[in-house]
Design a protein around this ligand. Structure first.
Ligand SMILES: [Zn+2]
Length: 140
């Protein structure tokens, strides 16, 4: 491996470790969304069914997909604030992972280029045993 690509790989490795460290520090995650919604209770005599309707709420609701099904639950203000944080954590975790994939792809391109350069070289010794495939790892 050339010094330039060694340096590039070391830099990828460093950045990758930093992102992994950040990812490890993230609090609870939740995938879903929260929104305020006004509702109807469905009682015949209630003002929410009148014309014009006077709806209940607005109330906070959390919506998420669980095993392909949409689940929805009503939240208190306090619960809504917690979900806001967990959802923000989830977004941050996904952003970090996306960045890790980008950097990993850069490192992988360097590693694979090195692998194919080695394959292209003439064997150093006669009757050398078939080189096993190894994965180059940068020193951290
Ligand atoms: Zn009602």
């Amino acid at each position: 491996m050339t010094t330039a690509s060694e340096r590039a790989l070391a830099s990828c490795e460093r950045r990758y470790r930093e992102l992994a460290h950040e990812l490890a520090q993230i609090g609870y995650v939740a995938s879903g969304s929260i929104a305020q919604r006004s509702t109807r209770c469905g009682k015949d005599t209630c003002a929410c069914g009148a014309d014009p309707p006077r709806l209940h709420g607005p109330y906070w609701h959390f919506t998420a997909k669980v095993h392909g099904k949409t689940v929805n639950k009503r939240l208190s203000d306090r619960e809504a604030r917690l979900y806001e944080e967990w959802i923000a954590n989830d977004r941050l975790a996904r952003d970090l992972l996306a960045e890790m994939r980008t950097i990993a792809a850069e490192a992988q391109a360097l590693i694979l280029a090195e692998e194919s350069a080695e394959r292209g070289r003439p064997p150093r010794r006669r009757a050398a045993p078939e080189k096993r495939t190894t994965f180059t790892r940068a020193k951290s």
